[in-house]
Design a protein around this ligand. Structure first.
Ligand code: UDP
Ligand code: MG
Length: 318
């Protein structure tokens, strides 16, 4: 019989995990001829998430825990879950019930019918404001403009991936990772199914992504998949040089041909300010990439984790 692993990343989701487990169990019971394991990844939660999951483990053999020793972020939490998953396919989902378990039987059916990757697409998200939706649209537009790897909009981390592709994904070792991007890098042209769904509000609690965390994720997404900002920096430099040249010619013509000298300091201040800004932007962009190299060359482990399953079997950290 085939096994499907469900990887659930949870950071401070103590009030959600029990309800999620209840809903999940209800749905999984409707799927025949398949074994399931539920891998709850506790991403260094500061609340009672871990003890809540341990309670679930006591009453359900399918529950396993990957306990990260501190908060490593959602992308690494999903990676850790994937590394410990043993299934022939892995389903990724959030712990806040915004990824409804209701769709899991359909995902498994698509997989049994031959799909190797089953993605989901949010057709509407009742939880997000118009401003958020606009910002998300703008972000994906800029990202796809700057990046060589195209990343789909409204494609949440709620998906099923066949073991073959899970093994491909495990081959990526970068610290700074965006699952959506990695997946689109390995995405086959066929055997991909998309299920549409309406994302509900969180069951309880608040989002873990504030403005700055989202901005950091956006910058990482761009730098991780593209060096186009570096080309942009070069073109900004060229533009700055052309503007300064034109201004220089203008001043020379005014002074020596039209005998109408331009008052000096305003022009100088404008020119210096412009060139300074271009230089700073360029340095900032270069700095982003140097920062990435600095972090990646160390080849540190991606996370520190402890694997817990029933009978207190513990496996060593990675
Ligand atoms: N999450 C995580 N580590 C983090 C932040 C979030 O594992 O550092 C989990 C979180 O518990 C949730 C999922 O990632 O299950 C998505 O986070 P959230 O719901 O806050 O994001 P949103 O749905 O608002 O985009
Ligand atoms: Mg959420």
């Amino acid at each position: 019989m085939k096994t499907v692993s469900i990887v659930i990343s949870a950071y401070n989701e103590a009030t959600n995990v029990a309800e999620l487990h209840k809903e999940l169990s209800k749905e999984l019971n409707t799927v025949s001829n398949t074994n399931f394991e539920m891998l709850f990844v506790d991403d260094g939660s500061k609340d009672e998430t871990l003890s809540e999951i341990k309670q679930l483990l006591l009453k359900d053999d399918r529950v396993k825990i990957v306990q990260l020793k501190r908060n490593f972020g959602h992308e690494i939490a999903m990676t850790a879950g994937m590394d410990y998953a043993k299934g022939d396919a892995v389903i990724f989902m959030d712990a806040d019930l915004q990824h409804p378990p209701l769709y899991i039987p359909q995902m498994v059916k698509e997989w049994n019918d031959g799909a190797e990757i089953v993605l989901t697409k949010r057709v509407d998200n009742v939880a997000t404001s118009k401003l958020y939706k606009f910002c998300a649209k703008a972000f994906y537009w800029i990202l796809n403009l700057l990046s060589e790897t195209k990343i789909g909009e409204s494609m949440p981390d709620f998906r099923l991936i066949d073991r073959r592709y899970v093994d491909f994904l495990k081959g990526f070792n970068e610290q700074d990772r965006l699952f959506r991007g990695l997946l689109s890098w390995i995405m086959p042209n066929d055997k991909v199914k998309i299920i549409e769904f309406v994302a509900p509000n969180r069951f309880s609690g608040t989002t873990k992504y504030n403005f700055f965390k989202s901005l950091r994720l956006a910058i990482n997404s761009i730098t991780q998949f593209s060096v186009r900002p570096l080309h942009l920096a070069t073109w900004l430099g060229v533009l700055g040089a052309i503007c300064s040249l034109i201004l220089g010619f203008y001043v020379v013509i005014e002074r020596f041909i039209l005998h109408n000298p331009t008052p000096g300091y305003a022009t100088i201040v404008a020119a210096v300010g412009f060139i300074g800004a271009v230089q700073l932007i360029t340095l900032g962009i270069i700095g982003e990439y140097i920062g990435k190299i600095h972090m990646e060359v160390k080849k540190r482990p991606l996370y520190l984790a402890e694997f817990i399953e029933k009978e207190n079997k513990k496996k060593e950290s990675k």
